[in-house]
Design a protein. Structure first.
Length: 218
């Protein structure tokens, strides 16, 4: 079995990166430097014409989209319980994963790359300001999810085991510090994220990607 993960430091590819690290399986992490435009080079376009990360290549088969990759890794390593096995618990975990991916993540894109949505500098500034306000509210909603998990006695967002929800929560919260969200204003969420960061496979990926957790500047 051959596994290759194409990732970019600090991007959402961090999520499957940590799952692969947690699995203990042999895999090859390949960095794609988005800031240098490597995602637009012919070699990478041949792998993923959309020019995005993450990409998982398993025995020559290309899998894109974070939710698909996480679901596949959950099925591939069932003993690790990355996601609940079935029923309402699994549906709720997927509910949260999809919300992270289709709501919180795109909101940050509007903060970080408003140029994708308008050529006008004035409009871009308005898009960014509005998205920053929205992102701060989403961080409070994410904090509520963490608190709800704590109230149920769960160690992790998905239940008893570390999984994609925890790694994505770390990624989104880290992005929040870049979007002007002060960790002091989300203490329950930030404490959880700090604990996730200390989980050995997560810590290993943080070191490999050379990430700083808190990028907030007052």
């Amino acid at each position: 079995m051959s596994l290759t993960l194409y990732f970019s430091p600090g991007a959402c590819s961090f999520v499957p990166h940590t799952l692969l690290e947690a699995s203990g399986a042999a895999f090859e992490p390949k960095m794609v430097k988005l800031h240098k435009g490597e995602q637009r080079e012919a070699a990478y376009q041949a792998i993923n014409p959309r020019g995005q990360v993450p990409v998982l290549v398993e025995d020559g088969t290309v899998i894109t989209q974070i939710a698909a990759i996480c679901s596949h890794l959950d099925e591939k390593f069932p003993e690790l319980g990355f996601l609940p096995k079935s029923g309402v618990a699994r549906a709720k975990a997927l509910d949260t994963l999809m919300w992270m991916n289709n709501t919180v993540h795109p909101t940050f894109t509007h903060v970080f790359m408003p140029n994708k949505f308008s050529h006008s500098a004035e409009v871009q500034a308005d898009i960014k300001a509005h998205a920053q306000d929205s992102y701060a509210q989403l961080m409070l909603e994410l904090q509520d999810l963490v608190q709800a998990a704590h109230n149920k006695g769960h160690a992790w967002l998905g239940g008893e085991h570390f999984g994609p929800l925890d790694a994505y929560a770390l990624t989104l919260t880290r992005w929040g510090t870049m979007a002007g969200v002060n960790p002091a204003n989300i203490p329950v969420l930030w404490s959880f994220v700090e604990r996730v960061a200390q989980h050995p496979p997560v810590a290993a990926v943080i070191e490999r990607e050379r990430l700083q957790l808190n990028l907030f500047k007052s």
